[in-house]
Ligand binder design. Structure first.
Ligand code: PEP
Length: 266
């Protein structure tokens, strides 16, 4: 994809707080973030707290361009699913986004391609924007299987959708070996997979859908690597775990600067 198609995609930086922060901590974080980064120009910011801090973040972001997201949801609209939360509940709680298929959900909670596919369908049907995560494990990368794994995950998660149905869906490429490890993919490694994902979208849907799809990178994003990652032609933002827990580091990531955009060879 060309650099010019990148200009049409609004960069998105999302904070994945995982199982961290109680409501007062969440509210304090948002106050500090507001002071550090507003007004936002040319970028979108999404905060994904735990379910119990959704309301605190919803209140704290009122009147700002920040958006609220959840970290997971159940695919059924309602029913006897103790401990689960549905898409309509998330919408009512003020969410616009939901992270789906995160590698921790796949690894620790047994989420499969088919299951993630059902969740993506339910989220889109309800009007939530999925941040659909894919990524290879270290042994898969070392065995030269990265692209096969990514192809299976993208095709599995998006199987059965039309271009129109996937709507504003966002994909996050998160190599599992880079999540929470301090090992970031190099900008070139990330760009290679992002360009590959965009090509899969061309095959599954069409070139214009691929050109408008936002693909985030995730995996040990830090203030000192965000600028180089964002300079890549097919990297449209970041899904940030550890470095999103501290307002100063997340503010620096949100304030990424791209001086010399790289032109993709794909
Ligand atoms: C994540 O969990 O989505 C993530 C990218 O985590 P970290 O930034 O800590 O690697």
């Amino acid at each position: 994809m060309s650099e010019s198609s990148k200009q049409t995609r609004t960069p998105l930086i999302a904070a994945n707080w995982k199982m961290h922060k109680i409501p007062p901590e969440a509210a304090d974080f948002v106050s500090a973030l507001k002071a550090a980064v507003l007004p936002l120009e040319g970028r979108e910011v999404v905060i994904c707290p735990s379910f119990t801090s959704l309301e605190a973040v919803r209140q704290a972001i009122q009147g700002t361009p920040f958006r609220l997201g959840a970290q997971n949801m159940h695919e059924q609209a309602s029913g006897a699913f103790t401990g689960e939360v549905s898409a309509s509940m998330l919408l009512a709680a003020g969410c616009r986004y939901v992270i789906l298929g995160h590698s921790e959900r796949r690894q620790f909670f047994g989420e499969t391609h088919e299951w993630v596919n059902r969740k993506v369908r339910a989220a889109l049907a309800a009007g939530l924007i999925p941040i659909f995560c894919v990524g290879e494990k270290l042994p898969e990368r070392e065995a030269g299987q990265t692209m096969n794994v990514i192809r299976q995950q993208v095709r599995g998660g998006l199987q059965g959708f039309s271009s129109k149905e996937i709507g504003p869906l966002v994909i996050a490429y998160e190599p599992v070996w880079a999540i929470g490890t301090g090992k970031t993919a190099t900008p070139a490694q990330a760009q290679e997979v992002h360009a590959f994902i965009r090509q899969i979208i061309v095959e599954l849907f069409d070139a214009s859908r691929a050109a408008s799809l936002r693909i985030l990178y995730g995996g040990s994003i830090k203030p000192d690597n965000i600028d180089d990652l964002m300079a890549q032609a097919d990297i449209d933002g970041g899904l940030v775990g550890g470095a999103s827990l501290e307002s100063a580091s997340f503010a620096r990531i949100v304030s990424f600067q791209v001086s010399t955009p790289h032109v993709s060879t794909s």
